[in-house]
Design a protein. Sequence first.
Lengths: 382, 124
Amino acid sequence: MEQATTTAPLKKTPLNSRHKSSGAKMVPFSGWEMPLEYSGIADEHMAVRTRAGLFDVSHMGEIEIAGKDALAAVQRISSNDASRLQIGQAHYSLMLTPQGTIKDDLLVYRLAAAHFLLIVNAGNIQTDYAWIAEHIKAAGDAVAVDASSRYALLALQGPRSLEILQPLIGVELGDMKYYRFVHGEVAGVRATVSRTGYTGEDGFEILIPPQSADRVWQAILQTGQSAGVMPCGLGARDTLRLEAGMRLYGNDIDETTTALEADLGWTIGWVKNEFDKTVGSAALRAQKAAGVSRKIVGFEMVDPGIARHGYDVCTGAPGAPPVGRVTSGTQTPYLKKAIGMAYLPVEHTTPGASFDVDIRGRRARARVVPMPFYKRGAHSNS
Amino acid sequence: MTYPAGLKYTKDHEWIDLSGDRAKVGITDYAQQQLGDVVYIELPEVGAKLKQGQSFGTIESVKAVSDLYSPLSGEVVEVNTALKDKPETVNKDPHGSWMIVVRVASAAEAGALLDATQYTDLTK
């Protein structure tokens, strides 16, 4: 129960004092002091599944790429095909190493024909920016700017998000499709609002100037009070994304796992123009042709116990060396099951296949199941 | 938080309800708050022999795993198996959610446990 101490001062989002005065439990995360939970992870998780939850994710980074050749620049560093993005549309993508492993995962917003906004993980902002700036030089006339300090980012997630946010914004949100965004004013603050999220629910992510973050935060909580909105922390964000089968950078994907091993081949623009100039494309093509030897799977525990990040996975006789590793795992509040993700040899990845997880020295049986674990509208739960 | 005066406590945030040579053991309100939502509890079998400070089980919240440490040496004579199906009881009623009953081997160990005032000071 001890807290790890670090010497480097933690960075703070514009809502830091609001979180503390509201009684959130704060923890260090990727160099930031962030709320882990307000009323409790399970409560917040259920609020998002049944009503709505509001998250401060201002620690995420924003990198803008602009200039005549911005599209070509984005195509080089981002795995997905940005030419298919209309203005006002966003998609999920990866930044790859030359080996096809994952440098970061990100959302790419097309703000204008030649102006893109990349939302990247908090822990990777500086290395991503340096790497992008280096790799887009050859693309022609385009520059990258680390604009992270110019944005706060809120995520309003859950089935009642639309009815909560709509009265605060002049733009009609009901017609907005998933992975689209609009510019407008939320509670009188200029904002970019996208229908995106990391929870498996309907919802919106709201980019605003940092100095106005508290105003928008408070306005949403007030307007949403009757709909049951709750402020939420990173704990619930993690359990929600895991139920939704979404990868967490640093746990499920990193520079040791390729896009294909992570089963993220759908984020690769295989047929995009000049795919061969995308960093990592040659390695991925070769791996696709040869086939992967291991792959990520979703699993649920059959025996009692909870598999956690880093636990060994075994398929052989007791004493045989582990064949893989759990990358995420917990008991989730909505499905009320111990679930997780793990990398396994490809011959063990068929749904229904069973394997053992080494839970602190005890072998417990688990079963491969399709992801996502949770799909909205597909479950009934009291 | 208030800690019942009738209980004894450890610095590992367990409470002990002593009655003769029997000790009921659970975790404190402070411990459950630190853990967050409890979702899984692993407890020993009746008959297990414990040494003071030895792990007798594990308690898992959504976010973490923690060991449960035996506050006293002795033999496990009862296990609250109902907690396995309703682990969230530990959050709702920590001082009412006993986990094991130990037949205490050493009266000296029991005498050295913290009282409610000492424990309250520890959690400040």
